[in-house]
Design a protein around this ligand. Structure first.
Ligand code: NAD
Length: 478
């Protein structure tokens, strides 16, 4: 018997969770269920995180969490509970299998069988945002070496364990050379440890187009958080429906299982929603906790049900489907088929084994780091770069001087085009004119001088080299 925490969520959540739990019970899953309340009700009671401390205790005690989708109320102040749960519990790997059920579920991609492995803790989902000037807001994109190593290694270990042949990486490192560049670099390093598995890298834009057009060319695809969020919905939808895909969020000690879709409020309370996504999440949970035989039995019954054309509205198609059913009737049909295996779709047989365990990340020795200068970010409502440059050059000393100004990343001084549109947010780079390093004291006195000259510095960013290599972006056009 395994004790798990269950949250029925919002919108269609309670209906699809009831359906899922009934199937699990009928199949003989040995589960003791502890239910918690999270989501909309908790938010609206004034708890901006959407979860109480008792609910946290239950999840941390049981370590296995089966969660229906929840609604994050629109508007300021409410933090996404999904993101908070994934990050607080260190659930670094989000695994989303998307496979076609052709010819029984209509799809343009009958051969598709892709697993999206999405980094789950960092990237733009750090949620660190600031308004900096009247015109400009900022969201920090944080990518870490441990984050990249853990997710990339997970993808290769996953491929090896489940006999998959290839791992593909998507990034945009032609533009984001530091952040996506690190992800790609780590992918190159880790892939060398897995010579038995093919590897490749695609720039995410053309990779996404290829995935949407020819998904059968991909096997396991690993990517940073935001791209993975978007492309796993695309992959699930082109395989048949977002209502079909489940998701496992795996950490070193805890794990959370869910559907990939949201709470679909427009469909709530009508006995319409497809419970398959959450059921797929629950099957991954059963495999994770070692109840492999029950997982296999449910999956084969589910495949049989789909194969018999018993479909919810989202996958129902005249001429392909046989019977349109609601959430409850679909669950009952899966229960009725327990013990059966599909005739045309491939039946599953899961191997018993322990969940993937990766070695804990070991911090590497720090590199030799040298301070080369500073970017002062300045709020100024003028338009001509040469005007602000003239004011800023008054701060120059022998060891630190203005070398470049950019606006939204594009160089506008010392050279620039009149056509470049400028906002009120200016990045003003100070470096040592002799090419030597600078000291923190010189930066502090530069800032003091800026204040004395009435320059509105809204933030600074130090410029470092690591082992002699510049670790900051150049200006565009520099
Ligand atoms: P959604 O995924 O809830 O629904 C979009 C549409 O997809 C629905 O209108 C419906 O047509 C279809 N759909 C989704 N699930 C289905 C199912 N099981 N069966 C049949 N059709 C289904 O996306 P949304 O409308 O953008 O988001 C609604 C709410 O869900 C938002 O508050 C959002 O924050 C939240 N959300 C929660 C999670 C989560 O809890 N993990 C994930 C995504 C979105």
């Amino acid at each position: 018997m395994t004790k798990i925490t269950v949250a029925k969520g919002d919108g269609i959540g309670p209906e699809i969770m009831d359906a899922t739990l009934e199937i699990l019970k009928a199949a003989g899953a040995e589960l003791e269920i502890e239910e918690i309340e999270v989501g909309e009700k908790v938010y609206l009671q004034g708890n901006s995180s959407g979860i109480s401390s008792e609910a946290w205790e239950s999840i941390r005690r049981n370590k296995i969490f089966l969660k229906a989708p929840i609604t994050t109320p629109q508007g300021g102040g409410y933090k996404s509970l999904n993101v908070t749960t994934r990050k607080s519990l260190g659930l670094y790997a989000n695994v989303r299998p998307c496979f076609s059920l052709s010819p029984f579920v209509d799809t343009k991609h009958p051969e598709m069988n892709v697993v999206i492995i999405r980094e789950n803790e960092e990237d733009l989902y750090a949620g660190i945002e600031h308004q900096q000037t009247d015109e400009v807001v900022q969201c920090l994109k944080l990518i870490s070496r441990p984050g990249c190593e853990k997710i990339v290694r997970y993808a290769f270990e996953f491929a090896r364990k489940y006999n998959r042949k290839k791992v593909t990486c998507f990034t945009k490192d032609n533009i984001m050379k530091q952040t996506d560049g690190l992800f790609h670099q780590v992918f190159k390093e880790v892939s060398e440890e897995y010579p038995d598995i093919e590897n490749e890298h695609w720039i995410v834009d053309i990779g996404a187009a290829k995935l949407a057009d020819t998904p059968e060319a991909f096997d396991v695809v690993v990517m940073p958080n935001l791209y993975g969020d978007i492309l796993s919905d695309v992959a699930a939808q082109i395989a048949g429906s977002v209502g079909l895909a489940g998701s496992a969020n795996i950490g070193e000690s805890c794990a959370m299982f869910e559907a990939i879709h949201g709470s679909a409020p427009r469909r709530a309370g009508q006995n319409m929603a497809n419970p398959s996504g959450l059921l797929q999440g629950a099957i991954m949970m059963l495999n994770h906790i070692g109840q492999t035989e029950v997982a296999e039995k449910i999956q084969n019954a589910w495949l049989t049900t789909v194969e018999k054309g018993i479909h919810t509205y989202d996958i129902y198609k005249e001429g392909v489907s046989k019977k349109k059913v609601g959430t409850r009737e679909f669950a009952q049909a899966v229960i009725d088929h327990l013990g059966q295996t599909p005739e045309i779709l491939e039946k599953v047989s899961y191997e018993k084994g322990s969940p993937l365990q990766l070695p804990a990340y070991k911090r590497k020795q720090g590199a030799n780091k040298e301070l080369q200068g500073v970017d002062l970010f300045v709020h100024w409502d003028g338009y001509k770069a040469s005007e602000i440059a003239e004011r800023l050059q008054k701060l120059n000393t022998e060891n630190i001087g203005l070398s470049m100004i950019t606006n939204r990343g594009i160089v506008v001084w010392p050279k620039g085009f009149d056509e470049t549109f400028c906002t009120d947010h200016w990045r003003c780079r100070y470096t040592n004119p002799n090419g030597q390093s600078v000291s923190k004291e010189e930066i502090v006195s530069l800032l003091q001088k800026a204040i004395d000259h009435g320059i509105d510095v809204i933030k600074t960013e130090n410029l470092y080299t690591f082992e002699g290599k510049p670790a900051f972006s150049l200006g565009q056009g520099q």
